[in-house]
Unconditional design. Sequence first.
Length: 235
Amino acid sequence: MTTPHPGPGGWVEAWLSAPRISVYLAAAAGDRQRALDLYEWNTQLSSALLHDLAHLEVGIRNAYDQALTQHAQFVPHWTTNPQQVFAPVLRTKKVYDPSVGRRVSRRVDVNDKPRKALQRAISEAGGMNAPPGKIVAQLMFGFWRYLSSAAHEVPLWRPYLHHAFAAGTSRPDVDVRMGDLHELRNRVAHHEPLLSWNLVKAQQQLVELAGLISPDLAQHITTSSKVAALLASRP
């Protein structure tokens, strides 16, 4: 009678940490080899998702850049006008106050983060004389994600940014998809488990959003993606 193989040894915990592998062990009902197989599958799936998200991100940023360049009057280019594009917009929000140990209402400038992100991108690209395309490329997914937020409805979405998408596209619809995909991107970028994530829905959101920019882009993402095949091959 053959004795079952005990599976990978303690080096796995030393490599991944006990808390991290425990998630996969739970999903594999304690089977160490299947847990490791699940981890490998999760890593491959993360890479495939990053591939698709990268295609979407490039499409989003270029569509927004084109909309602002063609329809706004920022001279010489919108990337050189952080204070004008993201002028202070004050909103009352709940923020954590460490002095009282709880969230309190504060008037905050919701454009502070995008303004600083654009200023940082200008610096990283080489300064105010850097080519606009280089500055655009320095801006992270989170920057583009928040351009569809409610705070930008009047100053940016209605006059300019809606041109990035198919006619009649709703800003809230874009914002919901961008929010969900931003959260997913952060998760895969930090090598987190995707075992319980609704990735069928996420992939649908990604392709739908790409389709609002360009049906051809949506088709390319669909045909080049490995996500569906990986989902079907889960250990």
